[in-house]
Ligand binder design. Structure first.
Ligand code: FNR
Length: 191
């Protein structure tokens, strides 16, 4: 069966390198992996007081969108050696209320992106820490730390080298294999 892959981009800016890399990844996904970009920028900051019978509509829409997916790909920059607050907020929103986390059990992939050399290692690892409590099995290998990203993309946001393109394609192939290993039956989310 075709798998639905939620793609969450950790940056909100229009010219985000992370979003360009996410698009480059989606363009190289196997045909049996359908990428769905789910936006996190309009989610009100998580507040338990608002999470009663009528939570903010944006939270409900976000939770519903993730529920329709079989797995989640995170493509994120690093802010102060961790993940951007907006991405953490999306994880918090999706994880609640208790016992109803939309992330529980969903396989995940992580690609971290930075214009600097370290490839947002801190962000990549910080995100993995949250998967322990979220109970998300994350693909361990291959890892993807996309450093020096400005040099990898042309003015149109396309990857310049065939090496980079192949790396992204292989990552998506491995992710599909990982998702099918964790969830052999495909989409059958249950909280
Ligand atoms: C950054 N940046 C950054 N880069 C990095 O490699 N490690 C870091 O810890 C930080 N910290 C940081 C904090 C804040 C608040 C901002 C706004 C930026 C730089 C960051 O990598 C750069 O702005 C990227 O271009 C952001 O990713 P997008 O928006 O291009 O996807």
């Amino acid at each position: 069966p075709v798998l639905q892959l939620a793609v969450l981009v950790g940056s909100l800016r229009a010219q985000s390198y992370s979003r360009k890399i996410a698009k480059a990844l989606a363009a190289r996904a196997p045909d049996s992996l359908r990428c769905r970009f789910i936006e996190i920028g309009e989610l009100p900051l998580y507040n338990e007081d608002l999470d009663g019978d009528t939570p903010p509509a944006a939270w409900s829409a976000f939770r519903a969108a993730i529920r329709e997916c079989d797995a989640v790909l995170f493509v994120t920059p690093e802010y102060n050696r961790s993940i951007p607050g907006g991405l953490k907020n999306a994880l918090d929103v999706g994880s609640r209320p208790p016992g109803k986390s939309v992330f529980k059990g969903l396989p995940a992939g992580v690609v971290s992106v930075s214009p600097s050399k370290i490839g947002a290692f801190g962000s990549n690892q910080a995100l993995r820490q949250t998967f322990v409590f979220l109970d998300m099995p994350v693909m361990q290998q291959p890892e993807a730390y996309i450093g020096n990203v400005a040099e990898l993309l042309d003015d149109n946001g396309a990857v310049k080298s065939s090496d980079t393109a192949l790396f992204l394609e292989n990552f998506m192939g491995a992710l599909e294999t990982w998702i099918r290993t964790v969830r052999p039956g495909g989409s059958s989310f249950s909280a």
